[in-house]
Design a protein around this ligand. Sequence first.
Ligand code: PMP
Length: 401
Amino acid sequence: MLRAHCAGHLDTMRAEGRYRDFAALEKLADRFPAYRWHPGGGAPPREITVWSSNDYLGMGCDPAVRQAAADAIAAHGAGAGGTRNISGTAPLHAGLEADLAAWHGKPAALLFGSGYIANSAALSALLSALPGTIVFSDAMNHASMIDGIRRGGSGKRIWRHNDLKHLEVLLREAPPEAPKLIALESVYSMDGDVAPLHAVCDLADRHGAMTYLDEVHAVGLYGATGAGIAERDGATARIDIIQGTLAKGVGVVGGYIAGDAALVDYVRSTAGGLIFTTSMPPATAAAARASIRRIRDNAGLRERLGERAAALKAALDVARLPRLPSESHIVPIPVPGAGHCRMVARRLLEEFSLYVTPINYPTVPRGTERLRLCATPFHTDAMIAALIAALCAVLPMVREP
Ligand code: PMP
């Protein structure tokens, strides 16, 4: 019964072009953003340029980061050996948490296995602590925040994406005495736009709300030391909890929260997603620490990223290719229709050796399917030119007048 039901759903997804199959890609660490693609079916592997890597700064390929991981594996083995509570806390974990707290200018930080788990576990733990809390959640918030909010069991009001007037209306409608938490992202992953942090914090102050900020797509990339948009905008002290990932700008894997010591300690002591799962390998923590050191010291990497993102956008505009009005390194190209979007991505890969991820429902609403380009400091002018030529070849019908 269940099996037939699942098979039916899969058929529907295939018919709608939403079935997920994963291209087999291997990162070529010494040639990033080059990857090796394995087409399957007996065809030989092929070297391609990736335009959709979330290793935004190429730190997963950085020699110092790779060396730190290799050294830590040699010294401490491949796995942590337990949960944080049961023999799974190494000095490298505690050291990384101290680094993260210092980086974000917060008293404490706490590691999780991924950014998803960090959001889900921290939000559900914090919201369960104070029944009656109302969460004000941006409509574009990531699935991991939605998951945590649902599991926290609190009341939820969804404000229209980045719409301060709507947020204010919803805050005003809520009982003044109810505890409130505003949950938002800084850089939004599918549109590349940025939240107006100070204006949100002004509303939070006025209505006595706490703030929870997902900086997953900003950590490493923005701010004087790469701590994110809160740092860039001078808003760090106004954000109660900052959540981030070690998987994107930092180039490794893992997630975390940083904030007030009592709040972080409460999550540490109560969140199932921390307590009942094995901690990250010490070598992962060592790689993340090395990456954060490189990122903090290397403002040039961020300048180069900004410059490459601007070059990509300018080249798209010159070619009159459509793009969403992104304010960041994430540059979405609208290609409505799930099947069409997938077909375009497939042609880019097969005919032009370019990997660009098609983004479909449920990640974005139906009808707003897109290709999601991510600039990195390592995309050259020649790579941009090759991408533009390929897009012009596969998207002639959607070019703007
Ligand atoms: N928050 C946002 C906004 C994300 O886009 C993602 C993942 N793409 C996550 C959290 C989860 O991060 P991770 O990949 O580290 O699980």
